[in-house]
Design a protein around this ligand. Structure first.
Ligand code: MIG
Length: 817
């Protein structure tokens, strides 16, 4: 049992240590404390650990920053594992048992080690921490060492290659219409970095600071990650989990996991700026149904509103929105509407959000205390001060009518916030936000401090408000801007991309890095938002890739030719339909990933290195896998990146024994040549996968008819699982769900497939299960509890198909020659 000093006593000892080190440290002082503080030359440094594998470092000149956060909850920050401290003249070691920190008491340089004593993240040589580096009276600069074999990911949907090494980025939420493949900054700021070295060893780094910051990954100074932050205090976390998957789980432990999505949001969604009338919106839904394009939602962009004013409806063009909702509902289609945050500054016009908000002093103030007014879509507008609980509650109430009508989802755009006719594209940095938030001191903060977190607080208000209005339904919120932790409130998309092959390629690294940064529900505008009309081939390929993305929404700009699935004629539409169909067949697999995400934080869309960290040894292209992605642990998508020059390319798989998803054929080696063909998106399956699939439906609201199929791809570590519930309510929290895992074993004489006992009491749609076992060379016999089952061998497909009744309890199917 270790003796625990009170923090106060420990603190005073540390203060003595800084002035006369020998008093405390020279005598090889050792103790157990819940945080450790050291000061040197007026700078205070504090080490603590919310969990044994996560180190938190705070520092200030002279005082520590406020212990408050928009990203990490009070409950998480209140956790303190005991620290063992050993002080010596030249080094202080603070250990959690899982991780340790070495501090140089003279320079305050910090190095974090894992349990085995390997460096996880060390300060760079030279000045590691400087306050006020630009002599503006605030801000700091932090330099971390970049080992030659380390690669860096995260930071959300920044442009550029998947690997951040040799690139530099700014975190400053920016409305960047028609951004290019190297434009920076974009809409979100997520100062989280996942590092992976060529041995696969990982670390996480999260700078919990909302001010404008830059992260330079060795672009200016090779081998140093140079972080400049323009204000606020040093408050960062180093995560020491061994693998990339551990780090993502650590990060979502800190900042929160996305709530389980409504299932319909995983369906295909059609959007446009804008469907201009009620009839047009309904017509799009009708056409999707008539053309048998499975789909779940239609989106209304800003033009459904009266004079572009949020929370109004243009009664001339949308005479009966409740009827549109119910018409769509009758087709199993959901409606999502945009609700931008810029409330029109329209006094005496019967516009309640403005009148009421002004009366209650809801909006952001200027430095002189008056309400800030800036032009956006509705003309002059005012902006709710989302840093106040009262303003968030007020915002949430604005959804009352839409929620009552049955609108299913809400879209928060322009929340960087975007302001027109100003070179900064946003509000003045000296605007005043009032922080009235549990855990924070009640104080005023400048827009410079609040800018990057403003969009996230907008989505928190939306999520909480919609939930309060309809507590039995899972809210769906889509946001453009956000900050670390925003995944708790909203899905996101990558903003105003363009219709080009380069953007299709970019979408992969953007969505993968978003997933690593907590945002598991992410999509991009399928077909491209801005630019010229996509070529038929580009739109088709984009839909194919999108079918394997977490969020799958076709959306495009005003004044652009139509970009729905059916444009370019029936041949293109047929290919597109085939892929959208496949997504719906895969829905049990995809929805099960959503369940897994809600429990672990692991993203739906993943880089290959997440499960196969060794590919990192392939250098900055990750052994050629940086253009690929995985959906869950089992499916690997290897898109060609061009069409104009469809040269053959080699797909390198992480190991041997993979299967072709479409043919089910087992590949002869760990690589294969692909010659691009428009109707083939190369997808491969991990050997050892069990993938649950369902009969085709036209929406997630339609009950499938037929058996549950388990596609089994024999191999090592063979497993899979299915999660089901009603897809829309919170009944799953009371046990009304179904979760069942499956394993398979290659035995001496054949194969066995095990069903584990089912969890939860949700009644499935199926009464029968089909096992489709791939890679089979010969016919075989199957049995369950000693009884023979019918087993059909398909010699050309190399499959064995076995039909059996539903198995809710543990059961084993034995397959033998
Ligand atoms: O200034 O609402 O990114 O998806 O269609 C443009 C109109 C405002 C930007 C969004 C885009 C949306 C558009 N919006």
């Amino acid at each position: 049992m270790s003796y625990r000093f009170s923090s106060a006593r420990r603190l005073s000892c540390a203060l003595i240590a800084t002035t006369a080190l020998t008093l405390c440290a020279g005598s090889a002082f050792a103790a157990s404390v819940d945080h450790y503080t050291l000061t040197k030359n007026g700078v205070t440094l504090e080490i603590s650990a919310p969990r044994a594998d996560i180190i938190r470092v705070r520092a200030g000149d002279p005082a520590l920053p406020e212990d408050a956060s928009w990203a990490v909850s009070q409950a998480v920050r209140a956790q303190h594992v005991p620290l063992n401290v050993t002080e010596a003249a030249d080094a202080v070691t603070v250990s959690t048992g899982e991780a340790s920190v070495k501090i140089d008491p003279n320079t305050l340089a910090v190095s974090v080690y894992d349990k085995a004593g390997h460096v996880v993240l060390a300060d760079a040589k030279g000045a590691a921490l400087q306050f006020d580096p630009d002599h503006l009276g605030q801000g700091f600069r932090l330099r971390k060492a970049m080992p030659v074999d380390a690669h860096y990911f995260g930071l959300g949907d920044k442009t550029g290659p998947l690997d951040r090494r040799n690139e530099a980025f700014t975190n400053w939420n920016t409305d960047n219409f028609g951004f290019g493949v190297a434009t920076d900054p974009l809409y979100k700021s997520i100062p989280f970095v996942l590092g992976v070295d060529e041995k696969g060893q990982s670390f996480g780094f999260f700078m919990d600071n909302t001010w404008r910051s830059t992260f330079d990954f060795g672009k200016t100074e090779p081998d140093a990650l140079d972080i400049n932050v323009q204000g606020g205090g040093v408050d960062y976390y180093v995560m020491t989990g061994a693998t990339p998957a551990d780090i993502v789980q650590d990060y979502t432990y800190l900042t929160g996991k996305p709530p389980l999505t409504p299932e319909w949001a995983l369906g295909f969604q059609q959007s446009h700026w804008s469907y201009m009338t009620q009839a047009e919106a309904k017509g799009i839904a009708d056409r999707l149904r008539a053309d048998k394009i499975p789909s779940d939602a239609i989106w209304l962009d800003i033009d459904y509103q009266d004079k572009l004013r949020p929370f109004t409806v243009n009664k001339e063009t949308f005479p009966d929105l409740p009827k549109l909702v119910s018409d769509l509902k009758a087709e199993n289609m959901h409606l999502v509407v945009i609700t931008d945050l810029h409330i029109a500054a329209a006094p005496n016009a019967g516009y309640a959000p403005y009148d009421d908000g002004m009366k209650k002093d809801i909006f952001v103030h200027k430095a002189d205390g008056s309400t800030f007014v800036g032009p956006v879509w509705p003309g002059d507008a005012v902006f709710p001060d989302f840093s106040r609980v009262a303003a968030r509650d007020w915002w949430g109430e604005q959804y009352k009518d839409f929620v009552r009508m049955g609108v299913s989802g809400f879209w928060n755009d322009m929340n960087e916030p975007s302001v027109f006719n100003t070179p900064t594209k946003t509000m003045p940095l000296d605007n005043i936000h009032r922080i009235e938030e549990p855990g924070f001191a009640t104080r005023n903060a400048t827009h410079a401090e609040m800018h990057n977190v403003f969009g996230m607080l907008n989505t928190e208000a939306t999520y909480d408000g919609v939930l309060k209005l309809n507590p039995d339904q899972r809210p769906f919120v889509m946001t453009r801007a956000s900050y670390a932790g925003g995944q708790k409130f909203a899905a996101t998309w990558t903003g105003d991309n363009s219709s080009s092959w380069a953007h299709l390629q970019l979408s992969v690294s953007q969505l993968v890095n978003l997933g690593l940064s907590g945002f598991a529900y992410a999509g991009d505008d399928i077909g491209g938002f801005a630019g010229d009309q996509p070529s038929p081939e580009l739109l088709t390929r984009w839909i194919e890739v999108g079918a394997f993305n977490p969020i799958f929404r076709d959306h495009y700009q005003k004044d652009k030719p139509a970009q729905e699935v059916w444009v370019n004629g029936p041949d293109q539409e047929a290919i597109r339909r085939q892929y959208i169909d496949e997504r719906y067949r895969l829905m049990p697999y995809i929805y099960s990933l959503a369940d897994e995400n809600s429990r672990t934080g692991l993203p739906l869309m993943r880089p290959v290195f997440m499960a196969y960290p060794k590919v990192v040894a392939g250098g900055d292209h990750l052994g050629g896998t940086d253009g690929y992605f995985m959906l869950g642990a089992d499916l690997l998508v290897a898109p060609p990146t061009t069409w104009e020059s469809p040269a053959a390319y080699k797909v390198t798989l992480p190991g041997s024994g993979w299967y072709d998803y479409w043919s089910g054929e087992k590949l002869a080696s760990d690589s294969t040549m692909e010659t691009p063909k428009l109707d083939r998106l190369p997808v491969f399956v991990r050997p050892g996968s069990i993938i649950p699939k369902q009969p085709l439906t036209q929406s997630t609201g339609e009950t499938p008819v037929g058996p549950l199929t388990l596609d089994i791809y024999p191999g090592d570590d063979c497993h899979g699982f299915i999660y089901q519930d009603d897809g829309i309510s919170f009944a799953y929290k009371a046990g009304h769900f179904l979760r069942q895992s499956f394993t398979c074993k290659i035995t001496k004489s054949g194969l066995s497939v095990d069903f584990a006992a089912r969890e939860g009491d949700y009644k499935p749609w199926w009464t029968g299960v089909t096992l489709l076992i791939h890679g089979q060379a010969a016919a075989a016999k199957a049995s369950l509890k000693g009884k023979a089952l019918n087993a059909d061998f398909d010699a050309s497909a190399h499959t064995l198909r076995i039909d059996l009744p539903d198995q809710a309890k543990a059961a084993t199917v034995t397959i033998q020659p």
